[in-house]
Design a protein around this ligand. Structure first.
Ligand code: GRF
Length: 201
């Protein structure tokens, strides 16, 4: 059984997808040990509480800098014996020290087909660029934002009538499939990082 630690800042629909996948036994050998948020009113915290999962709000204002914040967060994750950290809509940039500490066991979900459209508002950028296909990516996190080894991707065609909102929702549906799948593969020890590639064994 592996322990998951989830970092989330907002709505928490990806967290919900993971908790549901565990409840439904799609992910068999993992449990969410703790959900941490930098936002007091994050819906993600409410969702976790409903599943009787321990939550923690960590107020960035109470820490002198990013490094100290991340050190405390790492300690909390380690107290809960977390094996895999999931960034599920976590909006703070992580310090390189934190990323190094959890190297190979830190995953992010991004609503674009990386390396296209890293950073904020990738769905809007995809529409503005005029791409015919966008999608979502689960990847291991490295020091560079949205640039780590790719685990899974799912394409989403862009329709002529799409608005940013409609595209956000269609991509989100696919996020809810590939994030639990990536966690399942990790929990089954089926992900092997070879340089920039992730092999599914
Ligand atoms: C998702 O689109 C995710 O890809 C991005 O932030 C959003 C979080 O949504 N990193 P939610 O909080 O999981 O509903």
């Amino acid at each position: 059984m592996i322990n998951l630690g989830v970092l989330a800042s907002g709505r928490g629909s990806n967290l919900q997808a993971i908790m549901d996948a565990i409840d439904d036994q799609y992910i068999k050998n993992a449990r969410v040990a703790i959900v941490i948020s930098d936002k007091k009113d994050a819906i993600a915290l409410e969702r976790a509480k409903k599943h009787n999962i321990q939550t923690l709000f960590m107020d960035p204002k109470k820490f002198a800098d990013r490094l100290m914040y991340d050190q405390e967060m790492a300690k909390k994750l380690e107290v809960h014996k977390v094996d895999l950290v999931l960034l599920a809509g976590y909006m703070r940039i992580l310090s390189p020290e934190f990323v190094r500490r959890f190297r190979g066991r830190l995953m992010n979900i991004h609503p674009a087909l990386l390396p296209s459209f890293p950073g904020l508002h990738p769905q809007r950028k995809a529409l503005e660029w005029g791409v015919k296909v966008t999608g979502c990516t689960v990847h291991f996190v490295t020091e560079d934002v949205d640039a780590g080894p790719i685990i899974l991707q799912y394409p989403v065609p862009v329709k002529k009538c799409d608005t940013e909102e409609s595209l956000v929702l269609r991509i989100l549906e696919k996020e809810h499939k590939i994030f639990p799948k990536a966690v399942k593969l990790f929990a089954e020890s089926r992900l092997k990082i070879v340089g920039r590639r992730v092999e599914i064994v």
